[in-house]
Design a protein around this ligand. Sequence first.
Ligand code: PEP
Ligand code: MN
Length: 341
Amino acid sequence: MIVVMKPEATEAQINEVEEKLIDLGFSVHFSQGVDYTTLGAIGDKSGIDPRELEIINEGVAKVTEISEPYKLAGRDFHPRDSVIDVDGVEVGGDEPVTMAGPCAIESEEQVNTIAEKVANHGASILRGGAFKPRTSPYSFQGLGEAGLKYMRQAADKHGLKMVTEVMGKNQVGLVSRYSDILQIGSRNMQNYNLLREVGKTNRPVLLKRGFASTVEEFLMAAEYVMSEGNEDVILCERGIRTFSDETRFTLDLSVVPVIKEKSHLPIVIDPSHSTGVRDKVIPMARAGIAAGADGMIVEVHHEPENAKSDGPQSLRPGQFAELMDQVNQITETVSRKKVVA
Ligand code: PEP
Ligand code: MN
């Protein structure tokens, strides 16, 4: 952090700031400009609110943070891209990864049928919810543990890994017994107790961006998981709230290169929840991969008209095949050069 003093700051005020910084454990680097004196605070600033420094005395003009607050998720201390190994499937490696499946697990037969289709068309991870975060308490809430069982069986049968949502701290043990990846839904991105709990497991975490969250909040949520020892976080851009109302949310594609600059973690995009409309899914999936995403998570249903949730945004299996074909063509043409130093 840098503390900039006002031109009229007295020596006593400057000394007081210096002492306070030293008390907080920083070493202080002075710089005397024509008008301003600045004090560079070098050291670990986690836990220190910059506003505390702004009010040390009247001589302080402003406090500027120079290094990012997300030490583990950021690139400052980890310049190389992270590749996350999901039991043999690499996320963040040379090839984009596709997670596909229904919104919700509805029955053994349903998940098995869909798993077979998505596996045949090149998905490597089966998605689906057994615990569903629904806006209405009267909507289908998921099959719970039975859903996890059906999903695990279907994934194993078709050679897929699986990702499913964990909604509460008390479900982490149960969901970890079945799932390769623990999904944190958009609505829970700032559920800090839940983030800490998944951070104590050895399961990779798919962290969906809160639909009203900034990039810094998103990366700080990843930091919560990582600070507990679990560094395997896959970020997911799933659309944010804007005034654009023709789609369910707005897929914030520019966040892909922004995250790539700030963080070493892989990021995938969700063209299904962000658009909410089936015929918008393929174009946005193409755009996401072209923007440099490390993969996508897509909803697919063999009978979307009968789906218990999110039927209107679920691709039919034939459309999923078309999506994979188009995305593969894009992957061949865009550079996926990794940051290696
Ligand atoms: C989901 O992927 O099943 C889901 C509920 O998405 P989100 O948390 O992004 O709304
Ligand atoms: Mn859904």
